[in-house]
Design a protein around this ligand. Sequence first.
Ligand code: HEM
Length: 439
Amino acid sequence: MSVFEDNSAGVPPPHKLKDVDLFSPGAEEHWYDAYAILHREAPVHRLPREGLTSDTDAFILSRYEDINRVVKDPLRYTPITSLMLEQMAAAKTPPEDMDYINMMMVSMLTLRPTVELWRAHRKELTDPWVGPGAERHREMITRRVDALIDQLPSAGEVDFVQAFARPLPQQVMAEVLGFPESDIPQLAAWGEAQVMPFVYGEGHLNRLSDEQLAAQFTQLDGFKEYVQDIVRAKRQSPADDMISFLTQVTYSALDRKLTDLEINGIVYAMVLGGLETTQYALEQQAQLICDRPGLFEALQADPSLLRTFIEESLRLRAPTQGLSTRLTSQDERFGEVDVPKGSVLHLRWAAANIDPEEFECPMDLQLDRKAASRHLAFSAGPRVCPGAGISRLEQHIAWTRLLERLESMSYGSDNTFSHQPGIMLGTLQLNLELVKAAK
Ligand code: HEM
């Protein structure tokens, strides 16, 4: 029997607060029912003894205002970015893995204790490639999108996830980083291994069992050495890609160039953050279009609406639904609820995005919504997702070209619409009936 078994079938939706459990197998089928209950009855929902230690609590925050306050002040609400890694460090892993864990510690950027350092890391190391600087990839992304559309049948059914939503971010990140084309399948396999805690991890802390961790290490085998080899090669003969850039740059926070291991860590973070998130955004956008008669045609007729469509889809179907990423550094009060120092805060971005106190008609996709990008799908504040720029660009180019090159798009047959387990919102399959436009 696999250690990664899905036993989520047939879980009923919650009707009362006592039924709400966002983390049990099958919960992902009814998350939005649960959010309505949380907003109504427990916007600050205590999970007794589920903090980092068994004598502390965790709290699920679902209000926009509360989450926004937390993410804007990372010194007061300390990020727990390395929890998964600390768990690995504490598990019974062979000593050689410690090097690996240290590498990932760097990758999760835990070595950034001040807001200034977080900002420097982003501005100098990632922004030029996957943040605002992602614009430099427009031509490459368009070429990749077009090549994937070329491979779609002129008319008929296709699994949109396998044919488009999954390969696009894999190909884009491989080219941004500077991996050879032929290594994309291996990169995809490592990407899958990296997200394991967020798919199979237990509870709000996404804990893997020791057995699952061992399986994860096996699947990650070779990643570090592979990246080390590429880093060394690019130090010798740099090209126009992110890894070459990282070998050359002098990082102001350290006043020196990055070591191989530090670069390896950043690459790890790019692969971890950059593949499945955008896949699910694209897949859910296809569903939103198929669900709304006339939307495909409206976007075709006026492509300037795409920007708001993409923001609204990220708001309504946040790919990363929630993360337990902050710890209170002092006693706090959210609304009516006292939250003691040392509590874990589970930030439920997806719930904040449909908070009726913040968004009028929150469940409606409105193409004329004002300030549509204020949703929290990418979080906000100094730790906001560094890959938001490239992800938005991929989504925008993907839908621009799909709308130009397709005549119609609707659901195909045999869709179950069941979601993958874990904290990401997405289906692993989506059959669509597509008709390409005449050339
Ligand atoms: C639709 C796509 C994406 C969504 C919804 C998303 C969402 C998020 C969220 C909610 C966080 C947590 C921020 C916080 O703790 O305050 C995050 C962090 C992060 N994301 Fe993304 N992300 C996406 C795409 C990407 C891409 C394309 C990359 C890389 C190219 C990326 C790399 C990262 C990294 C490295 C972090 C950790 C940042 C830190 O701890 O400072 N993400 N993302």
